[in-house]
Design a binder for this molecule. Structure first.
Ligand SMILES: *[C@@H]1O[C@H](CO)[C@@H](O)[C@H](O)[C@H]1NC(C)=O
Ligand SMILES: *[C@@H]1O[C@H](CO)[C@@H](O)[C@H](O)[C@H]1NC(C)=O
Length: 468
């Protein structure tokens, strides 16, 4: 018994020590791993970022079901920049008796930011859960890119922990970030001497701001929704383009009759020579694919004006509004005449002097956009600017299209008339007098319900509500 007890106690003591050693080793491993993660998280060279922009869905072409131009019981409702104005969205939809089962809703982007995060999320949630069609605005783009960055950070060793740390110490750093000084932001100061957002954030990005906060707070499905939004929605049935900021009808660095301009010649489609809709569609698609600037995401998400030298600018004070150039070109479209009935590319209008060619062999199409709150409601013959500055306490505006909006609309349909009674009596009659003429619509900033010309011989309505 005695002899047995000793080894037993040695064993027990050894086991105890072993246990302690194991615990120490385990603890050390955890700490070391943590330190290593933190070090590697901050020291790994990350000059190469993955692509956060997700521009893969550039253009989406709307089917006839998504853009019903013949059905007099269905409307297409287009809404300008929302910026989290959840209550105004509800007010506007109620005012035009939006019926989700029949009406097609299309938004023009900038759903979030410039509002409390929960309001941005409410608008995102509405759009996402109802699978609303729309385009991605420049602010949505920033939100999306921050979220893609967060996903990437989380995939890095130690990244998930670091991001949680940032969340926890958020309030300590908000004042600094509001001043734009993020160098002060260092949630791991005790461990690391010089941690730096600079290595981990692409140049020019500002962490912790409005976009960052919405990106951090939004659900995965809201993120997926933003990612699914194209930059351009194209509706061949109505000859309409929907973009957030703008689109060009011609490359402004060239004459509008230059053979590289898609509207200077008939598209070279070999078959279906007498199928005007097919030719129009080919030419409209060429606007997107053959004007180099229209292939640049920056253009469709940010442009407001075109400078004299042909460069594009987000400024609304310099240069010519892009919509003026659009209307200038579209106003010269004179259709495809029989005299031009040879479709071979040799009959393209190359070599013509500008003066000889006032008219262009095309049919006009319409661009509907937001983004330019500074210009307010901006209705021209072939363009409609719908950002009326709701987030600045001005108005939220909708363009309402029905079967009567499109050239071939059924004459006796009343698709635009099933709007609330009191909103029907305002205004009547066309506001322009002939093809190519249009009025600037600045005086309509207080408008609540107006008719406008749309497409070739159609009419549309504009509704707006006051934002608070
Ligand atoms: C957004 O609007 C909807 C509909 O009016 C409402 O149910 C919801 O509570 C609003 N959300 C927020 C965050 O205000
Ligand atoms: C592209 O955009 C359309 C229209 O919003 C959407 O239905 C579609 O799912 C998107 N595609 C992808 C790959 O996200």
């Amino acid at each position: 018994m005695h002899m047995m007890a000793r080894p037993y106690s040695i064993d027990s003591c050894g086991g105890f020590l072993l246990g302690i050693v194991i615990i120490i080793l385990v603890l050390w491993a955890i700490v070391a791993d943590d330190v290593r993660n933190r070090v590697s998280f901050w020291t790994r060279s990350s000059s190469k970022f993955p692509d956060f922009s997700h521009y893969e869905n550039f253009t989406h072409t709307l089917s006839n079901e998504q853009f019903p131009t013949y059905d007099k019981d269905r409307r297409i409702i287009v809404i300008g920049d929302l910026h989290g104005m959840n209550a105004s969205l509800t007010t506007l939809l109620n005012r035009i008796s939006y019926d989700a089962r029949r009406d097609i809703l299309i938004h023009l982007g900038d759903l979030a930011t410039k509002a409390p995060v929960e309001d941005s999320l409410a608008v995102l949630s509405f759009m996402e859960s109802n699978k609303i069609l729309g385009v991605r605005g420049n602010n949505d783009q920033e939100v999306l890119e921050w979220r893609a960055w967060m996903d990437w950070i989380v995939s890095q060793p130690g990244g998930r922990k670091w991001l949680r740390h940032v969340d926890k110490h958020w309030s300590d750093y908000e004042p600094a970030s509001e001043k734009g000084d993020i160098s002060a932001f260092n949630p791991w100061r005790p461990l690391m001497k010089k941690p730096d957002w600079g290595d981990k954030v692409p140049k020019g990005w500002r962490p912790l701001g409005d976009h960052y906060q919405v990106a951090r707070a939004m659900s995965r499905s809201q993120y997926e929704y933003l990612r699914s939004l194209p930059l351009v929605l194209y509706a061949p049935a109505g000859h309409v383009f929907f973009v957030h900021a703008g689109l060009l009808a011609a490359d402004p660095r060239r004459r509008s009759t230059h053979h590289k301009q898609p509207l200077s010649h008939w598209p070279s489609i070999q078959q279906r020579k007498h199928d005007i809709p097919a030719i129009r569609k080919a030419q409209e698609l060429a606007l997107l694919s053959e004007i180099p600037q229209n292939q640049d995401p920056w253009t469709v998400q940010n442009i407001r004006s075109v400078l004299k030298n042909g460069k594009l600018t987000p400024s609304s004070h310099k240069g010519t509004p892009f919509s003026d150039l659009w209307n200038e070109i579209m106003g010269r479209c004179s259709g495809f005449h029989d005299s031009n009935a040879q479709f071979d590319s040799v009959t393209r209008l190359t070599g013509y002097q500008e003066s000889q060619l006032v008219h262009l062999p095309c049919y006009p199409s319409t661009v509907v956009y937001g983004h330019a709150a500074g210009r307010g409601l901006d209705v021209k013959r072939w363009s409609v600017g719908l950002d009326t500055g709701c987030s600045y306490g001005r108005r939220l505006t909708a363009l309402v299209l029905g079967a009567r909006s499109f050239s071939s609309g059924v004459p006796d349909d009343h698709s635009l008339d099933f709007l609330p009674e009191e909103t029907n009596r305002l205004d009547a009659g066309p506001f322009f007098t002939g093809a190519g003429e249009y009025h600037e619509f600045d005086s309509l900033s207080d408008a609540t319900n107006h008719r406008i010309k749309f497409d070739h011989a159609g009419e549309a309505r504009i509704f707006s509500v006051k934002c608070h």
